[in-house]
Design a protein around this ligand. Structure first.
Ligand code: ADP
Ligand code: MG
Length: 569
């Protein structure tokens, strides 16, 4: 007897199920995808015990005949593809024909389904993959799939499930993703008979964003889009001061399919580089739309991963789309686009909430926003004073503007340097009395290699002996500042590159150091003229809201926020 055996069918199906069904939320995902593929417009998800006891998905989609329903339970049976070419033109969520079979193999499953014209529906019960019963039954059009006792026949798997609450939150998270991508469908989510989430049909994006992410988040999201040939990228991204310690708020979709994709995540983070701190994540809802032939969705059984034909084009479009929006800093403009849209949909959204308290949409100063948007509104507001010689306070048309003087100046300088460098080189000014810069012999060697590059940044250096340089010129903007500590920091930065095997000039970190060293420090008194000049310059910046390290430069407190603080609202 050889040592190799063909596995028995039950074991094969359990192994296969392991790839598709990891936890209750994966069952909900497959059943929701089936309902959407069946063109359902109204879907209810009911669960008990965090989905460990029961998951029931009720849809009003096209339903199945008895024969089809029996076939649907077999592995590799699908109505969605038929031949190899179809694999490259997938327009449905499902296509592998294995979800129902996989779920049926590891739970007690019941399908009740009826097509539009049929006189009666059918009910089929399956337990651990075996069909127990099938009968005619009265039923409305559509399909209900009930999944009880997940992993009842796989105790080892069952043990891996988390508490009902944890599983429930995974399901809620999954449903919110599906809801974000499918605003034309009414989705309801019940736990133990209680309605946890209601996602009515939405024609405008903001109410759906608010339902899925909460109002406080939705308020700070702004639309972006970019087209690149056949690749279309669009969605909503947060103003930089809204950021979280985990990537939980980044929702990625490819052709409406929720995905986990490093390429997309990387592009999103790249768009926010230098705008938020390193270890923080923005809130972004990203939809990538590509012709099905240009994306392979058949990469993973649970379909969370995809592969693009042109990765670079997708990456580039995302960065461009988000950056363009961020560059306009719409949150600093009173006529924030988002609020316009919100105003328009206020009436429809109000219909869905029974009492004013529940109507959680928060419409600050609606009417006013409209009038004031006519004129450029941020032109020199009154300067009220300086707090701790560090924060500048201005009265704005509706509320307060707070400025961190150091962060603001840093941002201004960085953008000036970037602009000058973009034009060719940073303007240098000769020092009347050259200064001497002392370094270690090792640093001297490194520095010599970068002298020409540093000229581009406005520094004129001349070697003088083994371990010192004459500083003959500095960037004109920095005249009057002590160049020695600045250059010392620059040398430290440059020396650190070699350690990482990189000897290329990389301007970005050096410009940041120059901006930081050159900027007005905290705890420095400013005159009202200086304060106003700073605000004016900041408003001219393309990324005015954050300093190069990602901290905010400016905080707006609107009148309605003040009113809230004082309990008037
Ligand atoms: P796939 O979705 O990959 O085709 P599934 O095992 O999830 O595989 O489903 C098998 C088939 O059963 C589907 O192709 C579809 O024809 C049918 N089906 C499943 N769920 C539904 C539903 N809710 N409404 C109508 N048809 C369904
Ligand atoms: Mg499916």
């Amino acid at each position: 007897m050889g040592k190799i055996k063909t596995l028995p069918p039950e074991l094969i199906s359990k192994i296969a199920a392991g790839e598709v069904v990891e936890r209750p939320a994966s069952v909900v995902k497959e059943l929701l995808e089936n309902a959407l593929d069946a063109q359902a417009k109204e879907i209810k998800v009911e669960v008990q015990g965090g989905g460990k006891k029961l998951i029931r998905v009720i849809d009003d989609g096209e339903g199945m005949s008895l024969d089809d329903a029996l076939l649907a339970l077999q592995r590799y049976s699908t109505s969605k593809i038929a031949k190899e070419e179809d694999l490259f033109a997938i327009e449905t969520f499902g296509f592998r024909g294995e979800a129902l079979a996989a779920i049926a193999g590891v739970a007690r499953l019941k399908i009740i389904t009826k097509r539009e014209g049929d006189l009666a529906g059918v009910a089929i019960t399956v337990e651990g993959g075996e069909i127990k019963n099938s009968e005619e039954i009265g039923s409305p059009k559509g399909t209900t799939v009930e999944v009880r006792d997940l992993f009842f026949n796989m105790p080892a798997r069952w043990k891996f499930l988390k508490s009902a609450n944890t599983e429930l939150s995974h399901i809620g998270e999954l449903i919110s993703k599906i809801a974000l991508a499918n605003p034309e469908v009414h989705l309801q989510f019940f736990h133990e008979g209680r309605l946890l989430n209601n996602y009515p049909v939405r024609e405008e994006p903001y109410p759906r964003l608010a339902e899925a992410l909460g109002n406080e988040v939705a308020k700070k999201l702004y639309p972006f889009s970019a087209n690149n040939g056949e690749i279309k990228v669009h969605g909503f991204a947060s103003q930089p001061d809204l950021n979280w310690p985990q990537a939980r708020g980044i929702y990625l979709f490819v052709n409406k399919r929720p995905v986990r994709d490093r390429l997309l995540l990387h592009a999103v983070m790249e768009a926010y580089r230098n705008l938020i701190p390193r270890d923080r994540y923005p809130i972004v809802i990203l939809f990538v739309e590509v012709p099905p032939a240009l994306v392979d969705v058949n990469v993973h059984p649970s379909k969370w991963e995809v592969k693009f034909a042109d990765q670079q084009a997708v990456h580039f479009s995302i960065i461009t789309g988000i950056k363009e929006m961020l560059g306009q800093a719409p949150w600093l403009k009173k006529e924030a686009l988002a609020w316009r849209e919100l105003k328009e949909i206020r009436e429809t959204s109000e219909k869905y909430f029974s009492s004013p308290q529940e109507s959680a949409y928060y419409f600050p100063q609606q009417e006013k926003l409209y009038e004031e948007s006519e004129e450029p509104s941020l032109s020199s507001p009154p300067f009220l004073g300086q707090i701790a010689n560090t924060y500048l306070v201005f009265a704005s048309g509706d509320g307060l503007i707070l400025l961190d003087q150091h962060a603001a100046h840093e941002r201004i300088l960085l953008e000036k340097f970037q602009e000058e460098l973009f034009q060719g080189r940073i303007k240098s000014q000769p020092l009347l009395f050259p200064e001497i810069l002392e370094v270690t012999p090792a640093q001297a060697k490194i520095l010599e290699g970068f002298i020409v590059e540093l000229e581009k940044l406005g520094f004129e250096l001349q070697p003088s002996g083994e371990r010192s340089f004459w500083v003959k010129g500095v960037p004109a903007i920095l005249i009057g500042k002590d160049p020695i500590p600045l250059l010392t920091e620059i040398i430290q930065e440059i020396s650190s590159w070699g350690k990482h095997g990189n000897t290329q000039m990389s301007y970005d970190p050096l410009l940041k150091i120059m901006a930081c060293r050159g900027a007005i420090q905290a705890a420095q008194p400013l005159t009202p003229e200086e304060a106003l000049a700073l605000l004016g310059e900041l408003q001219k910046c393309s990324f005015s809201s954050n300093c190069p390290h990602g901290r905010p430069t400016m905080i707006n407190i609107s009148l309605s926020e003040l009113e809230k603080m004082f309990g008037r609202k």
